[in-house]
Write a protein that binds this ligand. Structure first.
Ligand code: IPE
Ligand code: MG
Length: 158
């Protein structure tokens, strides 16, 4: 049974923001400092996302935007891009039960149609499965454009 309220968009307590936006960065440096592979850093970063989503939901923050993969990230080595995409689908599948339990809806920013089939399918699946969830919105920015487009998108949301 779902005992989490799931009718209106939640509101934070006073002094907390209504919208938290996070540019994911430093995964590689984090891994390097520990003698790990970059992919391990990406994995650890994705693991943190789980905690961040749950915490925002608890605090009543209605909008969480995660900048996960910019259009400039296509310049990275093919193998790293592949690992990032694998992590994306893996974590989308893992996050879905949490999102359903906590009444969180997934939306996207950017052109995710350019992603490989598996990632497009997983994103569509989770967006569709959570479209009735109304307590909190998780915006995943994927293949989002240059600086100007980014500023524009944030302004539109705000
Ligand atoms: C963020 O970490 C992951 C993505 C943007 C895909 P980075 O991969 O940019 O890590 P650093 O900046 O090289 O440490
Ligand atoms: Mg970086």
């Amino acid at each position: 049974m779902n005992d989490e309220p799931c009718n209106n968009l939640q509101s934070p307590k006073k002094s907390l923001p209504r919208h938290l936006a996070i540019i994911m960065d430093g995964n590689g440096r984090w891994a390097q400092a520990r003698g790990l592979k970059r992919a391990d850093g990406h994995r650890a970063g994705a693991e943190n996302v789980y905690t961040i989503i749950a915490e925002c939901r608890k605090l009543g923050i209605p909008y969480l935007t995660l900048y996960a993969f910019s259009s400039e990230n296509w310049n990275r080595p093919k193998a790293e891009i592949q690992e990032l995409f694998n992590i994306l689908t893996e974590f989308l599948n893992r996050f879905l039960p949490l999102m359903q339990e906590k009444c969180i809806r997934l939306q996207t920013l950017g052109d995710f149609e350019a992603l490989p089939f598996a990632q497009r399918t997983a994103l569509r699946h989770v967006m569709h499965a959570t479209e009735q969830n109304s307590a909190m919105i998780l915006n995943l920015a994927i293949n989002y454009g240059g600086r100007q487009e980014l500023v524009h998108a944030v302004q539109k949301i705000v």
